[in-house]
Design a protein around this ligand. Structure first.
Ligand SMILES: NCC[C@H](CC(=O)O)[C@@H](CN)CCC(=O)O
Ligand SMILES: [Zn+2]
Length: 325
């Protein structure tokens, strides 16, 4: 019994301590969130998100080149729309050739042939009401119209050459609708669907909404994003999206228990997003002297990976490309 009680021998060296980590951080698991502007030459810092910028494609390509050389494997594109004057009820700028995403996809594919390109599919940056949905007159979500619109946007991105569409709207049935449209376009084997399956009505999205001008004009997202105390609903949403054909499922914010549940339920990659507020909190804590920034970035990310995440959307991606060998 005394012998079994000895633990320290198992991690008494950096190498055996490394082996205690069932899952290792590596560059290939980082997906860098990009705020893409419709103005091709724009490059402006985002106040609420340390070291993050809104960029047009002409500035984004030279910015990404050294990161790709350092081992960046994937980016996810979030549109930051040209301005409120072009927003409307159905978010028509989302997949417009005058919008931020459509013109950039072929440019990025050509500039970085090996980079895995993901596009967020959401309407909130483009709708005049700021919701990730199409609404009825009374302001409630019209699920059928939302599914139709979101799946059309996903198909547009697919036709433009994106590798993976990531619908973040949480409309019921949008995964099946997107899959069917990809099949009808003969793109079902070329374009993956990464479903934001367990997306919560979290307070941790604040900095993003400032970055992408995507805050709801009225009300909140509580009627279509999951209530933070919910756990069974997340399991139900993840199971449903997997049955509808999701190639990967995403959890956001990066809640460890929900990531762990997702890993149990899923035979495909489980992706976690360390969202803007979680990222900004690490910076704010480090600035307040609570802990060293690098230590905080590593530990919060290692917790996400320990919980089961196979890939992570992280605003710390550029730093990890330097920190990881
Ligand atoms: N749909 C895009 C914005 C959405 C938050 C929201 O619903 O407002 C998240 C991305 N899908 C924000 C992510 C973040 O905060 O980093
Ligand atoms: Zn949205």
């Amino acid at each position: 019994a005394a012998i079994a009680s000895q633990l320290k021998s198992g991690y008494n060296h950096a190498v055996s301590a490394l082996w205690q980590a069932e899952r290792q951080l590596h560059k290939g698991m980082f997906i860098y969130p990009i705020f893409l502007s419709a103005d091709p030459d724009l490059e402006e810092p985002i106040k609420s998100l340390p070291n993050q910028y809104r960029r047009g494609v002409n500035k984004l390509i030279p910015f990404l080149a050294p990161l790709v050389a350092k081992g960046l494997h994937s980016v996810i594109l979030f549109g930051s729309p040209p301005g409120a004057d072009v927003k409307d009820a159905s978010g028509s700028m989302a997949d417009s050739l005058q919008g931020p995403i459509m013109p950039a996809i072929p440019r990025l594919r050509e500039a970085f042939p090996d980079l895995y390109l993901i596009a967020d599919v959401s309407l909130c940056e483009y709708t005049d009401h700021g919701h990730c949905a199409v609404l009825f007159e009374d302001g409630t979500v019209d699920n059928e119209a939302s599914v139709a619109r979101v799946s059309d946007v996903a198909l547009s991105f697919a036709k433009a050459g994106i590798h993976c569409v990531a619908p973040s709207d949480m409309s019921d049935g949008r995964i099946r609708a997107i899959k069917l449209k990809l099949i009808s376009a003969r793109l079902e084997s070329k374009v993956a669907v990464m479903s934001y399956s367990a997306k919560y009505a979290s307070c941790f999205y604040g900095p993003f909404r400032e970055a992408a001008a995507s805050a709801p004009a009225f009300g909140d997202r509580k009627r279509y994003l999951l209530p933070p105390p919910a756990r069974g609903l997340a399991r139900k949403a993840m199971t449903r999206d997997l049955q509808e054909g999701a190639d990967m499922i995403m959890i956001k914010p990066a809640y460890p228990d929900i990531i762990s549940d997702g890993k149990q339920l899923s035979n495909v990659p489980v992706i976690a997003m360390q969202v803007s507020g979680e990222f900004a909190m690490v910076h704010a804590a480090a600035a307040a002297g609570v802990f060293d920034l690098k230590a905080g970035a590593f530990e919060t990310t290692e917790i996400i990976v320990r919980s089961g995440a196979d890939a992570i959307l992280s605003y710390f991606t550029p730093e990890f490309l330097d920190w990881l060998s």
